[in-house]
Design a protein around this ligand. Structure first.
Ligand code: C5J
Length: 229
């Protein structure tokens, strides 16, 4: 059909116009999901992220591809010379110690932390982009900051965004809020997003849909979205 309705969405049912809906996959990178990446360098336990959100994300991706939805993959990725990484983010007082900073090598085989082109900066295999999908490198947490994302979405007539990715309360939440301010209707799919800190994921889900859906909608299951598409 031309429309997909998600009756289970909260705070209320939502109808997505398929021609103007995109799937946004946030930062499914080894840098956040694997040992020796940036998330690990920050002191997080990265072992549970994948099992929590990748099966759901695979379901969403398969459905979006079948229905020919625009698919956007973001990567938190800095240029090799780090000219798009401010000192605050790389060497500021809240940064990890030397050896664990952006641009440095924490673990052989992963390459430089959070640098475009490093093996560790790539999207994990099971949700990796295919030909024709948009891959967007972003230097910040939000996908609208210093990228052409807003213009790209406008050019393609996109009004509705389905969100999955990591981490829920950092890059996913920031990007949803940026999108909401720019007039995009947003749906966060709960079983296709994850945080290192489970109570933060739960809090984001609750706050997104509070006050009548102040930031957008949430829906629990990727399978429901896939069936509706
Ligand atoms: C972080 C992200 N956590 N993708 N990035 O710095 O959430």
């Amino acid at each position: 059909g031309l429309m997909a309705t998600l009756p289970e969405a909260r705070p209320k049912s939502v109808t997505l116009p398929l021609k103007s809906t995109a799937l946004v996959c946030i930062d499914f990178q080894k840098d956040f999901m694997s040992e020796g990446g940036f998330g690990h360098a920050l002191g997080n336990d990265v072992t549970k992220l994948s099992e929590e959100c990748l099966p759901g994300a695979q379901v969403l991706l398969a459905a979006a591809r079948e229905k020919k939805l625009l698919v956007i993959h973001t990567k938190e990725a800095h240029r090799e010379d780090l000219r798009d990484c401010c000192d605050m983010k790389r060497i500021g007082p809240r940064c990890p110690p030397e050896g664990k900073r952006i641009g440095e090598v924490l673990q052989e085989g992963m390459g430089r932390l959070l640098v475009d082109g490093s093996p560790g900066n790539e999207i994990v295999d099971v949700v990796k982009p295919v030909e024709g999908e948009v891959v967007l490198c972003k230097p910040g947490k939000g996908a609208f900051f210093m990228t052409g994302l807003n213009q790209l979405l406008r050019e393609r007539g996109i009004s509705h965004l389905i969100f999955c990715g990591v981490t829920t309360e950092v890059c996913v939440q920031v990007t949803m809020r940026e999108a909401n301010d720019r007039g995009y209707e947003c749906v966060l799919v709960e079983d296709a997003t994850a945080s290192y800190i489970p109570k933060f994921k739960a809090a984001v889900i609750e706050m997104v849909r509070s006050q009548g859906g102040i930031v957008g909608y949430t829906t629990e299951k990727s399978e429901d979205v896939a069936k509706a598409l």
